[in-house]
Ligand binder design. Structure first.
Ligand code: GLN
Length: 485
């Protein structure tokens, strides 16, 4: 297999044996980017020179026997929402077109410390608002399985890059499904860790009570390796938890006998696309074959999750995005009419339509006289949803569901209908609202040859259970096919 399509762990073995160098791997990924990125459009910024330099340094460490760990010398791509020192960071927005951060966000600095080679910054929906990458202020990314389709979003560039061989693994963020939904549409593994598991210092904020950082990878072992590298408390992010970080890769035994897996009836609604339902149910059977028992459960408040999310997320976004006013960051548009006019022009021209919609929704939901009716109520429903998860996890170890109600859809299909676009996340949003961990795994192909994802949801700070079940499933499923790009 070409180096650019291998896993982190297989490459690490070859690096150790000395049969390849990081420079060879990095060159193979950069060549692949040159070959296919014009067809898929994953990268907003390539950092070719810095990547080759970092690869050379890694080779030096391997020569000296001073290896930093399993990520040493591995080329990774980063969603353009993570601050990268000296490398333009746009969050997919024109308002940050010229923004070059002075420091690395914690997840990036941890990857660099682990020896990873950064290939560049990946396309995304503007400020992570979207499910198709069509809200990027630059250009849409295409699904490498079928370029007439979206890759999902908002981490669409991150998912498509892994699927297309344009990075060995990538980082994304997930506020309502932005890692899991694109992972599902592109046939890769995507993990949203527990809220607080990974530091968000230096990660451009969308909705601070929901945002979480996570890996997109080719298999579960790679996912465990990247999570291990980025997880853990960070004094610079007060929401990062002081909870010990297990050695995720070494806990992948594949033994899940006696595990109880709940199938929530609300996640298999009537009318669910049979092309999605069939492979997802097959995945449940595969876990049963490995010794897990399947039980039917109910989470009745699920039906309120999308509505709750679309109050809380825009409310928090309207506050977080107030800082982009042309004064401190990014683009400033001329100010013939003084300061207020400068704000108005900068924000009118700098933000795209979906971001403006969210700012207006959020500002309205927080305004005097409406706060209790909208934001206050959404917070109360949030508590109900969270309690339902707590209660169900006293009876089952994990939950299983589809990641997304449909496979990847055509570009342009939902752009004019925001509500239809918002429904993409009906199965992923509840885990963000409850703050628990969830992963999407490729589980089959539709008759039209599009990947389908199965979601496993686990209790807070038990990623090791989630990943072990995912690993057991993967063993049962066997190798997942690659797109034919
Ligand atoms: N698609 C959802 C939204 O548009 C979720 C995005 C995300 O997780 N960042 O808000």
């Amino acid at each position: 297999m070409s180096l650019y399509y291998e896993t982190i762990h297989s490459l690490h073995e070859k690096l150790r044996e000395g049969t390849v160098t990081s420079t060879m791997i990095t060159q193979s990924v950069l060549d692949r980017i040159r070959e296919v990125d014009e067809k898929v459009h994953c990268y907003l910024t390539l950092t070719e020179e810095a990547a080759l330099e970092a690869a050379g340094q890694s080779d030096e460490r391997f020569r000296k026997g001073d290896v930093s760990g399993p990520l040493d010398g591995i080329p990774l791509g980063i969603k353009d929402i993570f601050l990268t020192e000296g490398v333009r960071t746009t969050a997919g927005s024109r308002i940050l077109e010229n923004f070059v951060p002075p420091f690395d966000g914690t997840p990036v600095s941890r990857l660099k410390k682990a020896g990873a080679v950064i290939t560049g910054k990946l396309n995304m929906d503007e400020f992570a608002m979207g499910s198709s990458n069509e809200n990027s202020g630059y250009f849409p990314t295409f699904n490498p399985w079928d370029r007439a389709l979206v890759p999902g979003g908002s981490s669409g560039g991150s998912a498509a890059a892994v699927a297309a061989g344009e990075a060995i693994a990538t980082l994304g963020t997930d506020t309502g499904g932005s890692i899991r939904q694109p992972a599902s549409h592109c046939g890769v593994v995507g993990l949203k860790p527990t809220y607080g598991r990974v530091s968000r210092y230096g990660v451009i904020a969308f909705a601070s009570s929901l945002d979480q950082v996570g890996p997109l990878t080719r298999d579960v072992r790679d996912c465990a390796i990247v999570l291990k590298a980025i997880a853990g408390h960070d004094p610079a992010d007060s929401t990062s938890a002081r909870v010990p970080v297990p050695d995720y890769p070494s806990l992948l035994t594949g033994d899940i006998s006696g595990m109880k897996i709940g199938l929530p009836e609300e996640y298999f609604p009537e009318g669910l696309d049979p092309e999605v339902e069939a492979p997802v149910r097959k995945a449940a059977e595969a876990l049963a074959k490995r010794g897990a028992s399947l039980v039917s459960v109910s989470l009745p408040s699920t039906r309120y999750a999308v509505a709750t999310y679309y109050i809380i997320a825009p409310a928090e976004a309207s506050s977080n995005l107030a800082r982009y006013d042309g004064v401190k960051y990014g683009v400033r548009l001329s100010d013939p009419g003084g300061l207020l006019e400068m704000y108005r022009q900068t924000r009118s021209k700098g933000f795209g339509p979906e971001v403006k919609r969210r700012i207006m929704l959020g500002t309205f939901a927080l305004s005097a006289g409406y706060y209790d009716a909208y934001y206050g109520k959404a917070q109360r429903v949030r508590t109900l949803i969270r309690r339902e998860f707590e209660e169900v996890f006293s009876r089952v170890d994990l939950l299983l569901s589809p990641s997304s109600p449909t496979p990847a859809f055509p570009l342009g299909d939902r752009l004019e209908d925001p509500l239809r676009m918002y429904m993409c996340d009906m199965f992923t949003i509840p885990a963000n609202i409850a703050g628990v961990a969830a992963v999407s795994l490729p589980c089959g192909l539709t008759p039209g040859n599009l990947p389908v994802g199965v979601q496993l949801i686990g209790p807070a700070f038990r990623e090791e259970i989630l990943l072990n079940a995912a690993y057991a499933y993967e063993g049962e499923r066997g190798e997942f096919p690659k797109c034919s790009l």
